[in-house]
Design a protein around this ligand. Sequence first.
Ligand code: SF4
Ligand code: SF4
Length: 447
Amino acid sequence: MAEQVRSNRQRELFIKKSTRVAASYLNRAMALSEMPDAAKPFFGTLENTFVNLRGIPLCAENSAEKRKTIGTLCVMVPAELVYAAGALPVRLCSGSYTAYAIGDDYIPRDACPLVKAVMGFGKIKALPVFDQCSLLVAPVTCDCKKKLSGVIGSVKNTVPLHIPPLKKEDADTEVFLRELYRLIPILEKETGRQITPQSLAEGIRTVGEAQYEMSEFLKYRKHAPALLHGTQVMAIMNAYAYMPADVWAGQMHKLNLEMKARLSQEHFISRPNQPRILVTGSPISFPNIKIPLLIEEMGGILAADETCMGERGLYDPVSVIDTSFDGMMRALASRYTKPCTCPVFVDNSQRVYRIKQMIKEHRIQGVVYHVLRGCLVYDYEYQIMEDELGKLDIPIIRVESDYNEEDVEQLRIRIEAFIELIKLKEYAKQKEAISEHTSMHKENVQE
Ligand code: SF4
Ligand code: SF4
């Protein structure tokens, strides 16, 4: 009895604290600039999930029959297969500070905060979106996720999914293909629905629509001056984790129309000289959006992100050439490993290439490299990135953070100084260009 009272009290405290933090981050993100009307439902989804604790109402509202919800813990778990089994995938990589504090009691001290937060949700049973899931598909990627996929099994029915550490050779893709085939009967048993060639094709089409709308949206995101704050974009991308892909795509289509109108009316939310920043590194999962917020509250524009709760989740469609069942499965295995820029793979040259490409396309002037405490895979990559960006004369800063608000002031100071550095660099470049132009003009006059 006493134990029950204690656990109810802990649950109440958790709900109070975690909803307060989530509401405060949502409000700060919305206050950055006037949001397009079509962006509001994405914020509504995050509010329902983390503040009002209503679970996934969109799932029930938009499907004729009530679908099962399957939790996934990585962007490399093909959502198409979950849709093909008639279920709704939700991404449970959590950014909750309160859940992290609970998970800290069950996971070793030096593990990253993301896995502690997932464990915390499993233990406290206060987040409907987590509790609604009847099954978790947990990837075996970094050490933290690998061990999490073992321990989370004590609170939730979990299936680990082996991700090969190499991805270049066809033999590596074959390993993942076998894993995906192994997943099929598990999903079918869970949902009671068979995955057929038709349902798989439909799953690929559904996710493909979201990818298409995302690619349209990126055209607007690249615009300088910016049409929308990057923190708001990250919230929209995080909302994808908790919405059916077709509902998200439909809303994104409306947002794209509004972005088009903003562009034609020259309705910009940034000045032409505001430093354009790319954020990359460890996942930025709602409500832990303190890094994007700090960048934009300090005067930068988050013009792009290379993170798995952001653009990376939807950057490449599944390319199906052979429409047989096996052909579609092979296309999935290839799409979810080969182009993936997550540093859990041994060779990461693609990641460097992708970030350089984004710097060019989004006219990036500085990179914020985010490392969650204990996230070794991203930290390993920092030095390579610093060396490569040094050759391009693009400033980069490594910021380490944890799931709490204690490091905010220190991060604020460092990010502010970084933004000032970019401004000074740009100013010096412009001065040099003007003086070159003036001396050329003088030479022409003398001739
Ligand atoms: S960082 Fe990599 S392993 Fe972790 S969730 Fe993202 S894609 Fe998966
Ligand atoms: S990739 Fe980093 S943030 Fe993600 S689970 Fe592994 S250690 Fe944690």
